[in-house]
Design a protein around this ligand. Structure first.
Ligand SMILES: NC(=O)c1ccc[n+]([C@@H]2O[C@H](COP(=O)([O-])OP(=O)(O)OC[C@H]3O[C@@H](n4cnc5c(N)ncnc54)[C@H](O)[C@@H]3O)[C@@H](O)[C@H]2O)c1
Length: 294
C-alpha cells in the first residue's frame, strides 16, 4: 500500500475557540503556560495537577483571562484518577477536543544507585500517566467522532541520551514510541484525531527543583550532573515559548515538536552512532539555549 492511502485530508481541529482542552500537570511550568494560552484563544480549559494549592491558583489565573475553567486534582500515575478526570471533564463540558499529557517529573542518578522507588515513580508518572491518558481519553474522543488532537509531552531525553538520566530517558523513550504508534493507529483508520509529540530541551520551570529523589550514594558525578541540569533549566527558554510552539503544531497537525536546534543536531549524531555501529556519543548537558530557525 502506498503511504498516501492513509493520508486523511481533514484531521485538524480547525477552530480552537470554545473547544475543550484537558491539560495534566497544569499547575506549573509548561502545563500552566499552555492553559493560559488556551484561555486567551477562547478555549474551555480543564486543568489537572497533583498539587491542589498550585492548581487552584492556576485555575484562578485562567479564569481571570475570561475563560471557563475546571480544576481537578489528579495523580496521573493512578488510572482511577485519570478516569475520574475524564468523567469530570465530560460531565462539565460534554466533550474533549485536545488532550495534553504533560505531567512529569525528573529523577537523576547513576542507573545502579538510583533507588527503585525513583525508577518506579519516573515510569509511573512519565510513562504510565501518558498511557492512562491515551487509554481513557482517546477512546472517548474516537467514539465522539469529532476532530481532536493529542499532545504527549516527552523530552529531548526521549530522542537522545545523557548520563544520569536512565530512569527519565526510559520513561521518555517510552512516550516517544507510544506516541508514534498511536499516530499510526489513528491515521490507518482515517480517524480525525491528530497527535503531536513535544520534545523540549531546557525550559525554565520547576522541573529541576520539584520531585527530585535524593540518590542513595551522592557521588561527585551525580552532584555535577544535578548542578548543571539546574543551571541549564534556569537558562532555558520560557514555558510561554514552548506553549506557542505547541499551539502552532496543533494548528498545523505537526507531529514532532523540537524546541531547540541543538536537539536536531544531537538526534543526527545519535542516528549516525546507531548506523555506523560506534558507541553512543556523549551529549553535552549544558548547551546554549537556542530556538530553531523560523
Ligand atoms: N523543563 C524542562 O526543561 C523540560 C524539558 C523536557 C521535558 N519536560 C517535560 O515537560 C513536562 C512538564 O514539566 P515542567 O518542566 O513544566 O515542570 P514543572 O515541575 O514546572 O510542572 C510539572 C507539573 O506536573 C505536576 N505533577 C507532577 N507529578 C504529577 C502527577 N503524578 N499527577 C499530576 N500532576 C503531576 C507538578 O505538580 C507540576 O505542577 C514534564 O513531562 C517534563 O518531563 C520539561
Amino acid at each position: 500500500v502506498a503511504h498516501g492511502d492513509f493520508v486523511c485530508d481533514d484531521r485538524r481541529v480547525k477552530e480552537l475557540k470554545n473547544k475543550v482542552m484537558v491539560i495534566t500537570g497544569a499547575a506549573s511550568g509548561i502545563g500552566r503556560a499552555l492553559a493560559q494560552r488556551a484561555a486567551t484563544l477562547g478555549m474551555r480549559v480543564v486543568l489537572s495537577d497533583i498539587d491542589g494549592a498550585r492548581l487552584s491558583q492556576a485555575v484562578a489565573e485562567v479564569e481571570a483571562l475570561g475563560a471557563e475553567a475546571l480544576g481537578v486534582v489528579t495523580d496521573t500515575g493512578a488510572l482511577a484518577d485519570v478516569v475520574a478526570l475524564a468523567d469530570q471533564a465530560y460531565a462539565r463540558f460534554g466533550a474533549v477536543h485536545v488532550l495534553v499529557n504533560n505531567a512529569g517529573i525528573a529523577v537523576s542518578g547513576a542507573a545502579w544507585t538510583l533507588p527503585m522507588e525513583a525508577w518506579e515513580r519516573s515510569l509511573r508518572i512519565n510513562l504510565h500517566g501518558v498511557m492512562y491518558g491515551v487509554h481513557t481519553f482517546v477512546a472517548r474522543m474516537v467514539a465522539a467522532g469529532e476532530p481532536g488532537h493529542v499532545v504527549n509531552v516527552a523530552s529531548a531525553a526521549g530522542l537522545i541520551t545523557v548520563p544520569g538520566f536512565a530512569a527519565y530517558s526510559a520513561s521518555k523513550f517510552g512516550v516517544v514510541g507510544l506516541s508514534e504508534s498511536l499516530h499510526h493507529d489513528l491515521k490507518l483508520r482515517k480517524l480525525p484525531i491528530g497527535v503531536s509529540l513535544l520534545c523540549p530541551s531546557w525550559v525554565q520551570t520547576r522541573i529541576a527543583s520539584d520531585g527530585q529523589a535524593p540518590t542513595a550514594e551522592h557521588d561527585p558525578i551525580d552532584a555535577m550532573i544535578e548542578a548543571s541540569v539546574k543551571r541549564a533549566v534556569d537558562q532555558g527558554i520560557t514555558a510561554e515559548q514552548v506553549a506557542e510552539a505547541v499551539f502552532a503544531a496543533i494548528e498545523a497537525d505537526q507531529f514532532y515538536i523540537l524546541t531547540h536546534e541543538d536537539t536536531r543536531k544531537a538526534v543526527a549524531v545519535r542516528s549516525e552512532d546507531i548506523l555506523s555501529g560506534r558507541q553512543p556519543s556523549l551529549a553535552l548537558i549544558e548547551r546554549r539555549p537556542s530556538l530553531p530557525p523560523k
